[in-house]
Write a protein that binds this ligand. Structure first.
Ligand code: ASP
Length: 410
């Protein structure tokens, strides 16, 4: 470690990694009372992150869009962003589909190992409803409900029409939102300093709640292995290749820059809660402008979920295999398409993807009880897929920034 007079501080991502490892050990050995001593740190940290999300997204999106200025460049950005989201999600799904068809983890799976699935179906929303509800009838209600798509819709509209206001008002509004954004970023940086403590609290509790972790791994190992292998291929090969060849950027330097949000996504299983950290890392470390990051990252956290899309596809085919159902080519196609829609519709919160599996099972006529098969290990897999979701969002921001001619540090 470099030594300069007084000891240099350990980099934040190392602190987080150490906290993560200590938390796993602590979670395995601690009893309920001992978990209570530390879990409050996770709760406070998560509350602080959630506190930041809405003001951060609003100020960031409004100032970002107001600074973009013209409608045509906004449209171009929008098209590129959506194009990136859909194509990377499809690539992720296909990776999962190929692996699950080769490894066939569901064949001979233990059907008795079914958990309860009541109440899962009620949360399901159709794509049509999602689109309609993007327009909030009451913006304060949307804030209250953490309805991200509605908030993003309103912020884009507001930011766009700031540019259409008379000059005196336009300048006041731009300045005001730039200023609020600056303050929100400062608060975010302050909260980020507590990430190691927060993560220690969260992970210790998650580990302690997994009773019989080893038993689970041995029974569900092949399924978990398939999902994690497919996610790793997407994370370490596909996305870096896209960053390198389409974005003309350095994927692994960017990955290092993203270590704090990635470890946080892994620990919290929520790309929404991680968003403040993602925005900070993409802007401050990789050098993407606020104009691009403010537009792509909140939208990405809400609708671009490569990890979730991949997982939906693998899980649905796993369930079909467990029930001995041979899927036709058309059914596999339906799964790919519904997995994409399910990932778009899934909320950026822990275990949202699990609920969406019901959409796919319904579409191809598989029993909904199948969800019970994968329930027990969902929380663990969620950590990996959320990490992939956040990584893909950040790669998108870099690629789009490069394509707009920005000079980045990666
Ligand atoms: N937890 C994931 C996320 O926040 C969503 C999911 O359950 O797949 O990105």
């Amino acid at each position: 470690m470099p030594y300069s007079g007084n000891m240099k501080k350990i980099a934040l991502h190392w602190q987080i990694l150490i906290a993560l490892i200590l938390a796993i050990v602590y979670g395995i050995y601690a009893d309920e009372q001992a978990i209570g001593y530390v879990s409050w740190m996770g709760d406070v940290f998560l509350r602080a992150l959630k506190m930041l999300i809405i003001p951060l997204i609003l100020s960031s999106l409004i100032s970002g869009i107001a600074n973009i200025g013209s409608g045509s460049s906004l449209g171009r950005l929008g098209l590129k962003t959506i194009g990136y989201y859909v194509s990377t999600s499809l690539l992720a799904i296909i990776t999962g589909q190929i692996l699950v068809n080769i490894i066939r983890p569901g064949v001979g799976a233990d059907l008795n190992f079914s958990g309860k699935v009541e109440g899962l179906v009620e949360n399901q929303r159709s794509l049509g409803d999602t689109l309609i509800e993007m327009v909030p009838q009451n913006i304060f209600q949307a804030f209250n409900d953490n309805d991200m798509l509605a908030i993003i819709f309103f912020a884009i509209l507001f930011g766009f029409f700031v540019t259409r206001a008379r000059e005196e008002n336009r300048e006041v509004l731009k300045k005001a939102f730039n200023a609020i954004f600056e303050v929100m970023m400062k608060i975010t940086m302050f909260v980020i300093r507590f990430t190691p403590l927060g993560i220690f609290g969260i992970v210790a509790k998650v580990v302690a709640e997994q009773d019989d972790l080893m038993g689970l791994v041995s029974r569900m190992g092949l399924y978990m292995g398939t999902v994690i292998l497919a996610l790793s291929i997407h994370f370490f090969i596909t996305l870096p290749l896209i960053v390198k060849f389409i974005g003309r950027a350095k994927p692994f330097r960017h990955m290092k820059n993203m270590s704090t949000p990635l470890l946080t996504a892994f620990s919290t299983s929520s790309s929404g809660a991680t968003l403040p950290l993602t925005i900070t890392a993409v802007e401050k470390n990789s050098g993407v402008s606020n104009k691009i990051s403010s537009f792509t990252l909140p939208l990405g956290a809400t609708i671009n979920m490569d990890g979730t899309a991949l997982y939906e596809c693998v899980a649905a085919i796993f369930i079909a295999q467990a029930y001995g159902v041979e899927l036709s080519l058309i059914q596999q196609g339906v799964i790919v398409l519904t997995a994409l829609l399910a990932s778009i519709g899934a909320a950026a919160i822990p275990m949202a993807g699990l609920v969406m599996i019901t959409v796919i099972l319904t579409a191809v006529g598989l029993p909904l009880e199948g969800v019970g098969l994968i329930l027990a290990v969902d929380r663990i897999i969620d950590m990996f897929r959320t990490c992939t979701n956040v990584w893909s969002d950040s790669c998108g921001a870099v690629i789009i920034a490069k394509s707009e001619g920005e000079k980045l540090s990666v």
